[in-house]
Design a protein around this ligand. Structure first.
Ligand code: MN
Length: 383
């Protein structure tokens, strides 16, 4: 009988020794939680792991063991010293360990070796398995993938994800679209991996619950399922620190964030005739409030989206080369990805985004709003 993807993953982990763990750039709670949880769990069963995320982890997640996540793929690699013998042949070779150095002594058959004949090609990584978490495709991994294509070509890749757009890049793919989060999927993998003793220690359970809570927006999103609540209950029973997660992620805001959110709220414009509201963050707002793009995350979901009597909300943010638009659906049945597509963007029915270039002067904020008004008008006429 053929093994299920879950069983194949368990077998792959059991038969591996050095395991590389990766997640997507711009890591969210599910990415960080799943990376921490897998790294702790696999170490517990005696595996050597190396966890990498190309982008900085937000300090919001500092209650998780994020110090075990590296920003670059390094280590676990042989150092190779290569001598070109195509012109001068070698007769014999030996090495001596002296005064804290290893000296390689190569005797030429005839002629002489010179320093230019020595090079240091990168050795091979010793990973026998790569596990990619919460990532729809390999490009989203960033530099670890871009700079080491050989490694990805030669190594068994396990792909564990819940995104609809996942392109099944792994040799083994466990892509469960019904799961709220990658962390939710991991709970059953951990159960299958260690049948006798539970791998769900307090820190692992907390990391996993972080992913479920952030990907469901604390069980408020429509993607919240009975299964996700059951799994969350199981994690809380295993001492996951739900209060700490909520406090750190939803109830702790820096002053810079509060100031920036204040700007966003005071900039709200309504287009009630066209059934939407929008706001804008100017580059200067970041300077005045001493905030960064990170501080802007969350304002649309936690504040703007609570607007009533509209179809959707829009937040425009000034970036280096253009404007970034974030859209959230408010009324039932409104698909904001259709609006994002007007500007070459995309996303889901509930949440979508787009990016416009300053080179197109028709697409300043006014141009964008006009285009959306037209779209809303056409929708209303067709109803
Ligand atoms: Mn996720």
């Amino acid at each position: 009988m053929e093994l299920s993807p879950k069983q194949q993953i368990v077998e792959a982990i059991k038969s591996s020794e050095n395991i590389l763990l990766l997640t997507h750039k711009g890591p969210d709670g599910d990415a960080v939680g799943s990376l921490c949880a897998v790294s702790l769990a696999l170490e517990k069963i005696g595996k050597k792991i190396f966890a990498v995320c190309a982008d900085k982890i937000s300090p919001v997640f500092s209650f998780l063991p994020i110090s075990r996540i590296n920003s670059e793929l390094t280590g676990r690699r042989d150092f190779v010293i290569s001598l070109d013998v195509s012109k001068t042949a070698a007769e014999k070779f030996l090495y001596k360990v002296e005064d804290g150095s290893i000296n390689f002594i190569v005797t030429p058959k005839e002629g002489e070796f010179s320093a230019e004949m020595v090079s240091f090609p990168g050795g091979k990584f010793k990973f026998d398995l790569i596990i990619v978490l919460d990532c729809p495709d390999l490009d989203r991994l960033g530099s670890p993938h871009e700079q080491n294509s050989d490694l990805f070509y030669e190594t068994l890749i396990v792909n564990i994800d819940h995104h609809a757009g996942n392109d099944h890049f792994g040799k083994i793919n466990l892509v469960d679209l019904t799961a709220t989060s990658t962390c939710e999927i991991l709970v059953s993998i951990f159960e299958a991996l260690s049948k006798d003793t539970s791998l769900l220690s307090e820190d692992i359970a907390t990391a996993l619950l972080t992913g479920i809570i952030t990907d469901t927006n604390s069980f408020q999103n429509q993607n919240t399922t009975p299964k996700s609540l059951t799994v969350a209950a199981q994690l809380v029973a295993a001492n996951a620190n739900q209060q700490e997660i909520i406090k750190r992620i939803y109830k702790t805001r820096t002053l810079a964030t509060l100031r920036l959110w204040g700007k966003v709220l005071s900039n709200i414009r309504d287009e009630m005739n066209y059934r939407f509201v929008w706001s804008q963050i100017q580059k200067s707002d970041f300077v005045v409030t001493q905030s960064t793009q990170d501080d802007a995350d969350g304002v649309i979901d936690e504040l703007l989206k609570t607007a009533t009597g509209v179809d959707f909300v829009l937040l425009l943010t000034e970036k280096e080369n253009g404007l970034h638009g974030s859209l959230r659906s408010v009324a039932k049945g409104v698909d904001v990805s259709a609006i994002a597509k007007l500007f070459g963007g995309g996303g889901h029915a509930m949440a979508a985004g787009f990016e416009v270039d300053y080179n197109d002067p028709s697409l300043g904020s006014e141009g964008i709003i006009n285009k959306i008004r037209d779209y809303q008008k056409s929708i209303a006429q067709n109803q």
